[in-house]
Design a protein around this ligand. Structure first.
Ligand code: PMV
Length: 318
């Protein structure tokens, strides 16, 4: 494997605009990258025979992988091995340093972004390239091994870095976005397990299928309406759809007091719509921002207890 110079690779965070949880049960969902918030993998050559060292800067963790050595029981070590197997390479003599601007366990796809950046680094360091579709499969494989049975939406939006229409088990469709729009993402500061929240919905379905199935289908119907609303650039009309999606997620036990408080604060401060984003029960809320109102909305969310806010734009696309 040839690595002449240091290089840096990255992948973005993501938000789910519509359809989380219902997507696990076959309904469509819409997700967008947050390109201003990223995970980075920087590569530097290491001495001959030293193997692959992956330094996870934020966790103070070093994972070492060498030919014939035991693989550390860690998603990122597993990701590296899976990628090297796929490109038929032994562990290279490299140091990969991973760092991330994406808060963990908050529904922003930090795991998928780190895995993607690491895999890109190993491919790039070998002077190779792999199609996004293959990379997406590999990142999904790692997500699946370590996070139960994810729908695949996180890895897909992170790898393609485009706003997508996603149906489990189908190739993703790139979404037409008629006009760009702004969102404020507000972090409750509460770490929540997506796996537990997903299990909660499974439990509801098992206990009360007749009451739960229509809620899941209603979320799918909202995603369809949102798709055409986004395509024609009727941004303001997205707001009520987001509010309705949040109410349906509450019925699936995916919300929390903190998320509800932030959503209410966003609406009082003039947001056109607000909902939780991702697994919920903590993590992040997203609010649809009228043009020019970002700063005011962010201030209102911080005053209502948000740990931090991020402004992001969903870019227009044909
Ligand atoms: O990883 P998170 O917290 O953004 O949630 C993913 C979205 C879910 O629909 C709740 C789960 C999934 O696998 O799609």
């Amino acid at each position: 494997m040839t690595t002449a110079v240091a290089a840096e690779y990255s992948a973005p965070a993501k938000i789910i605009l519509f359809g989380e949880h219902a997507v696990v049960h076959g309904q469509p969902a819409i997700a967008a990258p947050v390109s201003s918030l990223r995970a980075f993998a920087s590569v530097t050559p290491a001495s001959a025979g030293s193997g692959l060292a992956i330094d996870v800067a934020d966790l103070d963790t070093r994972l070492t992988i060498s030919s014939g050595g035991a693989v550390p029981d860690h998603p990122l070590a597993r990701a590296a091995c899976l990628l090297l197997d796929t490109i038929c390479r032994p562990p290279p003599d490299l140091r990969v340093t991973l760092r991330s601007q994406i808060p963990i366990a908050s529904g922003l796809g930090s795991g998928a972004a780190l895995t993607t950046a690491l895999m890109r680094a190993l491919v790039g360091a070998g002077g190779m390239s792999i199609p996004d579709a293959v990379l997406n499969e590999l990142v999904y494989e790692v997500e699946r091994e370590f996070h139960g049975t994810p729908s695949g939406i996180d890895n897909t939006v992170v790898v393609y870095e485009r706003t997508i229409w996603f149906v489990r088990g189908e190739p993703p469709a790139l979404l037409t976005v008629g006009k760009p729009f702004d969102l404020v993402v507000a972090d409750t500061g509460v770490h929540a397990s997506t796996k537990d929240a997903v299990a909660g919905v499974h439990a509801l379905l098992a206990a009360d299928p007749a009451g739960t199935r229509p809620v899941i289908e209603a979320i799918g119907a909202l995603a369809h309406r949102a798709r055409s609303t986004i395509a024609r650039g009727d941004i303001r009309s997205l707001g009520p759809l987001m509010n309705e999606n949040h109410r349906l997620l509450q019925r699936l036990t995916a919300s929390s007091d903190e998320l509800d408080r932030l959503a209410a604060a966003a609406l009082s401060a003039g947001a056109w719509g607000a909902k939780l984003s991702g697994g919920g029960r903590g993590g992040n809320m997203i609010a649809l921002c009228p043009p020019g109102a970002e700063a005011e909305l962010a201030a209102a969310l911080l005053a209502a207890g948000a740990r931090r806010t991020i402004m992001t734009k969903v870019e227009a696309h044909e």
